[in-house]
Design a protein around this ligand. Structure first.
Ligand SMILES: *Cc1c(COP(=O)(O)O)cnc(C)c1O
Length: 411
């Protein structure tokens, strides 16, 4: 009863039925869901959406499931915050924060993709789910998999932040820490996915999983009053989120929900892992894999699966890509916190620092509407800030001591 006609290879266009498969057998291109937009247009309108519950499933006809949503029923529809304080500091008129640090069970945008992947995994009849993760996906698969009753295998690089490891372990998945970086974890997982009949959310059911990211784009336009912004800045790991935010805008245009589409899409990366922004800056679409070395571990994918497609979107929309140093990331996390009261993880620092750079370069105009995608909560990566925060005022429990400090603070 869904609206997906089948899967299609992004490279050669060959078509496949709806199955837990992800690459074209002929050209090894990635597969993508193909929708019946004609019929979706009949049921999915601004009016019908507005009547629905405020979660990510309010756009369900544009998500690749056949039956009713089964996972993530309380996830999504995160706030779009008008960031006037931060806009003032940056010297631009209109800045919005798409705030995915809240309103998700595990406080990152990965709950979007997992909600869709798990609903599809149930439709396919899987009893075990798995993932290769840079941290946030591990949380979401562990937590939502517990609630949904799946057996869970979660693979991470062993060097992940301690707080990210604990925040997975509490849900008691089978957590496998691999001696190697994400790209090595991912390669191992591809082999495992070939041998075991598990739903690897970002491998064999990736075409369904990835579509969940579109809900961030749908929400942005709805929350802007059914308009697309002039600019959107998206942090990139594999590059998937960036391509899907753009796809969401295009689909809303296709079915008549958006009258006009004018958005430029900008890619944000950490300099210590910037294969996508490097390709954009040097004017090529050839992604040169790198060995990641950055404080932004959630974005540390050196060989990004959707890197090529991300560069295409950036070029097609007239956007750009930039990258920022670890120091700039930390400063931007602090700036977002002290201007807007939002504690983002390192990836959020990447987005804000990149936005600052793009404004300085004149690539983002002062009179335009810009949305910065903040994708994960700072409580998960507190290590990154150790030694970089303001100091604690430590006193004895009496008035004198307090007033002594007060005088110092006032200076
Ligand atoms: C996974 C992740 C991203 C980017 O994901 P893509 O692989 O590019 O889709 C961005 N921010 C955070 C916090 C993430 O965990």
């Amino acid at each position: 009863m869904g609206y997906v006609n089948g899967l299609k290879c992004r490279e050669c266009g060959r078509e496949y039925p709806v199955d837990p498969i992800y690459v074209c057998e002929f050209c090894f291109g990635p597969l993508e869901a193909v929708y019946d937009y004609k019929n979706i247009k009949r049921v999915l309108t601004r009016k019908s959406i507005e009547k629905r519950e405020k979660n990510l499933w309010r756009y369900k006809e544009l998500l690749p499931i056949d039956g009713e949503p089964q996972v993530g029923l309380k996830s999504g529809f995160t706030p779009l915050i008008k960031a006037d304080n931060l806009a003032k500091v940056l010297g631009i008129k209109e800045l919005y924060i798409k705030d995915d640090t809240v309103a998700h069970p595990t406080l990152s945008f990965k709950d979007r993709v997992v909600a869709v992947a798990f609903t599809k995994a149930k439709e396919f009849g899987f009893d075990t789910v798995a993932c290769a993760s840079t941290g946030n996906l591990a949380h979401s698969v562990s937590a939502q998999g517990a609630k949904a009753g799946f057996k869970r295998f979660v693979f991470i690089p062993a060097t992940l932040e301690q707080s990210k490891i604990v925040a997975s372990l509490v849900y008691e998945p089978n957590l496998i820490a691999v001696d190697g970086n994400y790209d090595e974890v991912n390669r191992l997982c591809s082999e495992i996915a070939n041998k075991y009949k598990w739903a690897f959310v970002n491998i064999n059911i990736r075409p369904f999983y990835a579509e969940g990211s579109k809900t961030m784009g749908f929400e942005i336009t709805e929350q802007l009053g059914w308009e697309s912004p002039d600019n959107v800045v998206v942090p990139c790991a594999s590059g998937s989120l960036l391509t899907k935010v753009w796809k969401a805008f295009k689909e809303f245009k296709e079915i008549g929900i958006l009258k006009e589409l004018k958005t430029k899409v900008f890619a944000a990366q950490a300099t210590g892992c910037s294969p996508i922004s490097a390709a954009i800056k040097s004017g090529t679409d050839v992604i040169k894999p790198v060995k990641p070395d950055t404080v932004a571990k959630s974005l540390a994918i050196g060989n990004p699966a959707d890197g090529f497609y991300a560069t295409q979107v950036v070029r097609e929309t007239g956007g750009y890509g930039e990258d920022v140093s670890d120091d700039e990331i930390i400063e931007a996390m602090k700036l977002l916190a002290k201007t807007e009261g939002i504690f983002a993880e390192t990836a959020g620092g990447v987005t804000i620092a990149t936005t600052i750079k793009l404004i300085e370069q004149g690539k983002i105009g002062g009179n335009e509407t810009t949305v910065a995608c903040i994708t994960g909560n700072g409580l998960k990566t507190q290590e990154a800030l150790l030694g970089h925060t303001a100091e604690v005022h430590h006193i004895k429990p009496n008035m004198n001591a307090f007033e002594e400090i007060l005088e110092k603070i006032a200076d």
